[in-house]
Design a protein around this ligand. Structure first.
Ligand code: R5P
Length: 261
């Protein structure tokens, strides 16, 4: 690890200085919350000024990836904007489970996505789950991959997003969760609306236990509201928090290692 000084100016602006000469840099930083973007950019500049001519960026959680197209006229396409800024400044960008293939495409040939499903699948198996469920078809393929690692079946619920904070979820016809230990899986928990609503429906249909697994746990409105609705929550450590029971560190280092010469 290179020695880096970070401090705040009186007005809160960030100051970054690399304290030694370096040939190259691997910078690890999330583009969430917003300050992470400034930190990545200043650390990249300080690294360049310290002599680094090969610059690799690892973004465990790529914030702004969900706005990956114009869902309504004249909206900013955040995933493209942030990607362009990074692509211009780094030789290679690694991201863990970006929200969509469209987002990964914005990173072009410099981007590489690292997928955490095998790690989650192993944990799902270890925890004795009996069925893998995704709250919507957006995570259906990933849930199927998790299920195949765990040696289980998977189903996808139907989700309709009503607003930023409200979703309507239903179980597909013919699906049965009665008496089962269910692994409810998603890429992201933000407000928790999706997970809580899904859990409610699964419980109503007789699920015996609901274990939640997600890649990125933001928990923007805190974690207390999950008690009583779900039996356990496990996230990876792409965003470190109280439920980060799965580390992506070894997976990420094994993916990045071949690119270091
Ligand atoms: C949506 O497409 C994502 O996969 C997540 O289901 C969603 O972003 C979770 O958000 P929230 O926790 O606010 O419902």
């Amino acid at each position: 690890m290179a020695r880096v000084t970070r401090r705040r100016f009186a007005d809160g602006e960030l100051y970054v200085k690399v304290e030694e000469g370096i040939d190259g840099a691997i910078i690890v930083g999330n583009t969430y919350p917003d300050g992470g973007i400034i930190d990545i950019l200043l650390t990249r500049d300080a690294s360049w000024n310290a002599g680094a001519r090969k610059l690799i960026l690892i973004v465990p959680y790529f914030g702004y990836a969900r706005q990956d197209s114009m869902f309504q006229n004249y909206e900013a396409v955040s995933a493209r904007v942030i990607s362009e800024i990074l692509v211009e400044r780094f030789d290679r960008i690694f991201v863990v489970n970006m929200h969509s293939p469209e987002g990964v495409a914005f990173l072009g040939s410099k981007g590489k996505e690292i997928r955490a499903e095998p790690l989650i699948g192993r944990k799902v198996k270890e925890d004795g789950n009996e069925l893998v469920v995704s709250p919507d078809d957006g995570f259906q393929e990933e849930a199927a991959r998790i299920a195949s690692v765990a040696g289980l079946e998977s189903i996808a619920m139907n989700k309709k997003r009503v607003s930023d904070t409200k979703v309507e979820i239903s179980l597909p016809q013919g699906a049965s969760v009665d008496g089962k230990v269910v692994a409810l899986t998603d890429d992201l928990i933000s407000t928790g609306g999706t997970i809580l609503e899904s859990s409610k429906i699964l419980k109503e249909h007789g699920a015996r236990r609901i274990n939640v697994y997600c890649v990125h746990g933001l928990f923007v409105t805190g974690t207390s509201k999950y008690a009583g609705f779900v039996d356990s929550i496990t996230t990876t450590d792409t965003v470190e928090g109280p439920f980060s029971g799965i580390s992506v560190a070894s997976l990420v280092s094994s993916e990045v290692a071949p690119f270091i010469t």
